[in-house]
Design a protein around this ligand. Structure first.
Ligand code: HEC
Ligand code: HEC
Ligand code: HEC
Ligand code: HEC
Ligand code: HEC
Ligand code: HEC
Ligand code: HEC
Length: 397
């Protein structure tokens, strides 16, 4: 089963003011490990497709995005000439300490009116649960689409950067494993500006404002899926013709309402957020903000852009002779470099490009090669360091 489109989630509503627990649980991170010995024949890298997946918490009135996280993994058979393996293995995933979502969000109560499907509790829109088996893809990796994860652990801790575990089995024997972050947040601060009234909740007031300004009848038809009219490639939703995409509508209509159009905090009014800090990568450490790469609200709203497709490219700014960056027509998350290894394997997710200021994002690199940052240790995959130089190209030429 493959979704019509990928299902990346970036937003979330902090609907009920939820008594937030501590920032990060204090469980210790795994100890650094030296690169594997020649005898370890497989290695696996897990990655989230986006640097952040967002969701609403309360679906009773409106839904911008459902719970749906996408975790993928590339498996490599180590050798003097390493090989990417994408069949005949079982690849299992789980999020230790987070086994159910049904007590944390009311999504399953409203999935039917919003999406027209009756979903089994704790199962997401593409049939994956909080743990299970990943499926081989045509992208030479394995994936679990739309995992219905929330930021609340079973112990009740609010944690947007939980570590998922991925284990690879060959004929029932575990041959490799890894951990990486499954970022998730419902921190969306619409309530900075939209307020509950004596007659409606905060969400209700948004629907009432929409009805007043655009002659719609949303408030009476709660719960409302925004993407049922506004095209949203994140959900594979085509929208109604003549109505702006959700991205163009939201960024365009709000551009002039934002006090400062280009600061990072402008974006954090809706993207997570002042608390979550979804931008946490090497670029943030170099002083960059959302707008350095994306431009401000008006640029994001530009109707000539295809939302979710026309995104910044590494190659817009980085140019090293002989290096290839994104493949033509492909997003970073889908591109491969170094002879078919996914870019995201060595550099981690967008907005978490290694090294990250969040130690959880660095766990995979630290456990595989002993240090955070880009995967630059040849012997993680090659059984000995090749004598030929490292090629930063997709096909090795
Ligand atoms: C910086 C302030 C601000 C933030 C943050 C904000 N809004 Fe708004 N929004 C406004 C203002 C002002 C209006 C116009 C209000 C009115 O007409 O009553 C508005 C109107 C709207 C409308 C009506 C349609 C239209 O013409 O724009 C929708 C829908 C909406 N906002 C959704 C949202 C959502 C969803 C969020 C959070 C993801 C959000 N807004 C965050 C200020 C904001
Ligand atoms: C029944 C269809 C329908 C639904 C559902 C719907 N909208 Fe709209 N929306 C419209 C139409 C029609 C317009 C006006 C024409 C346009 O912007 O293309 C509009 C306009 C807007 C605008 C203002 C755009 C602008 O440039 O002024 C925003 C913002 C917006 N919608 C956000 C939302 C959000 C957020 C949701 C979900 C809570 C939502 N809409 C649900 C039909 C809908
Ligand atoms: C008023 C709320 C709001 C603000 C402020 C906001 N966004 Fe968004 N943004 C959204 C919503 C809602 C979506 C999800 C649309 C969807 O699901 O298709 C989104 C999606 C996006 C996307 C993915 C879709 C696309 O168009 O490619 C990008 C990129 C983005 N925002 C960038 C930004 C940047 C950069 C800023 C700050 C300059 C910003 N946003 C500020 C509400 C907002
Ligand atoms: C260093 C440049 C850079 C910065 C800074 C940056 N982004 Fe991005 N963003 C990207 C790239 C590159 C992509 C496309 C990823 C891909 O092609 O797979 C992207 C994609 C996105 C998307 C689409 C979903 C996704 O994650 O792929 C959203 C939403 C988004 N960015 C929002 C933001 C927000 C909000 C901020 C600030 C908090 C921000 N970005 C800061 C480079 C950046
Ligand atoms: C808007 C321009 C811009 C975009 C887009 C961008 N970068 Fe950067 N990147 C920078 C700047 C500026 C630095 C700061 C240090 C420097 O100049 O190398 C940097 C630093 C880095 C570093 C650290 C380099 C070092 O030697 O310390 C890495 C790795 C990196 N970027 C990878 C990426 C990847 C991967 C992407 C695409 C997902 C990307 N960058 C997109 C501008 C950008
Ligand atoms: C096998 C691991 C690996 C793969 C796969 C890989 N890279 Fe890199 N990349 C590196 C290493 C190693 C460096 C150099 C050291 C550093 O910058 O940290 C680097 C450097 C970079 C830089 C910053 C250096 C500069 O100044 O240009 C960017 C941007 C980058 N890679 C993007 C990509 C993109 C896009 C892809 C996929 C098309 C990709 N990489 C695939 C390992 C990899
Ligand atoms: C994440 C895993 C990974 C890392 C790390 C990695 N490689 Fe590779 N490398 C591969 C794969 C996969 C191939 C493809 C082998 C094939 O199909 O021939 C490859 C092929 C090569 C080749 C082409 C010749 C051959 O052996 O097939 C060279 C040269 C090479 N790598 C050099 C390096 C160097 C130097 C480093 C360290 C700076 C490095 N690689 C790090 C995975 C990796």
């Amino acid at each position: 089963m493959k979704p019509t489109l990928w299902l990346p989630l970036i937003m979330g509503a902090n609907v009920w003011v939820f008594a937030l627990a501590q920032e990060n649980p204090t469980e210790p991170l795994p100890a650094p490990k030296p690169p594997p010995s020649a005898a370890e024949s497989y290695t696996v890298f897990a990655y989230n497709d986006l640097g952040m997946h967002c969701l609403n918490k309360d679906f009773s009135e409106l839904c911008v995005l459902p719970p749906a996280n996408t975790l993928r993994a590339q498996v490599i058979r180590r050798g003097s000439s390493p090989e990417i393996i994408f069949e005949n293995l079982q690849v299992k995933y789980s999020v230790p300490g987070n086994t159910q979502s049904a007590t944390k969000t009311n999504f399953w109560k409203y999935a039917k009116p919003l999406f027209g499907v009756q979903l089994p509790t704790n199962v997401g829109l593409f049939g994956f649960g909080l743990s299970g088996q990943m499926q081989p893809t045509s992208d030479r990796d394995y994936a679990a689409f739309g995992i219905p994860l929330t930021q609340i652990t079973d112990a009740g801790v609010d944690d947007s950067y939980q570590l998922a575990k991925v284990d690879v089995f060959q004929s029932g024997v575990k041959v490799a494993s890894t951990q990486n972050v499954v970022p998730v947040s419902w921190e969306m601060s619409c309530n900075q500006c939209h307020k509950a009234t004596s007659r409606t909740t905060m969400e209700g007031s948004i629907l009432v404002a929409h009805d007043k300004r655009h002659g719609t009848n949303l408030y009476a038809k709660r719960p409302v899926l925004c993407a049922s009219c506004h095209a949203d490639p994140a959900l594979g939703a085509p929208g109604v013709s003549g109505v702006k995409s959700l991205s163009a509508a939201m960024h365009g209509a709000h551009a002039l309402r934002m006090p400062d159009q280009t600061s990072e905090n402008t974006c954090y009014a809706c993207h997570p957020g002042p608390k979550t800090q979804c931008l946490r990568d090497v670029h943030k450490a170099n002083g960059m903000t959302c707008s350095t790469c994306h431009g401000g609200m008006t640029q994001v709203a530009n109707p000539a852009r295809r939302p979710w497709q026309d995104e910044p490219k590494c190659g817009d700014c980085h140019r090293v002779p002989g290096h290839e960056y994104e493949q033509p027509g492909k997003l970073f998350r889908d591109s491969v470099g170094h002879n078919g290894v996914k870019c995201i394997v060595c550099h981690n997710s967008p907005h978490a490009i290694a090294p990250s200021s969040n130690p959880r994002d660095n766990v995979q690199a630290v456990t595989k090669q002993g240090h955070a940052g880009t995967i630059d240790t040849c012997t993680v995959c090659h059984t000995q360091r090749p004598s030929d130089p490292f090629n930063h190209t997709a096909h090795g030429d």
